[in-house]
Design a protein around this ligand. Structure first.
Ligand code: FES
Length: 97
């Protein structure tokens, strides 16, 4: 089991224990952001392909911004998702990877 980011160049392993946004950036995967991870811009939107149950539930603040963006139920704001430190089967993607 692993935490993976699915990109056009293949799957990349993500380290846990930090936000999904930070983990992607640490792995060299670009994630758009215009608010420095403050849940204001909505540009860090990612799609969870597998393992959404391993992420914390959406907070009211994340839910409000996702609703404004008309995001799907399978989408999350990477800056608002802490990744569990333990291994979990999680696969995410973004349209521009
Ligand atoms: S980085 Fe702006 S909402 Fe996540």
């Amino acid at each position: 089991m692993a935490r993976l980011a699915r990109t056009h160049q293949g799957d990349r392993i993500l380290r846990g224990g930090e936000t999904l946004l930070a983990s992607c950036l640490d792995a060299g995967i670009p994630v758009a952001s215009a608010c420095d991870g403050r849940c204001a811009c909505g540009r860090c939107l990612v799609t969870v392909l597998q393992g959404a149950e391993h992420l914390d539930p959406r907070t009211p603040r994340e839910t409000a911004l996702l609703d404004k963006l008309e995001a799907g139920q399978d989408q999350r704001l990477a800056c608002q998702c802490p990744l569990p430190a333990e291994a979990s089967a999680l696969v995410i993607t973004a349209g521009y990877w």
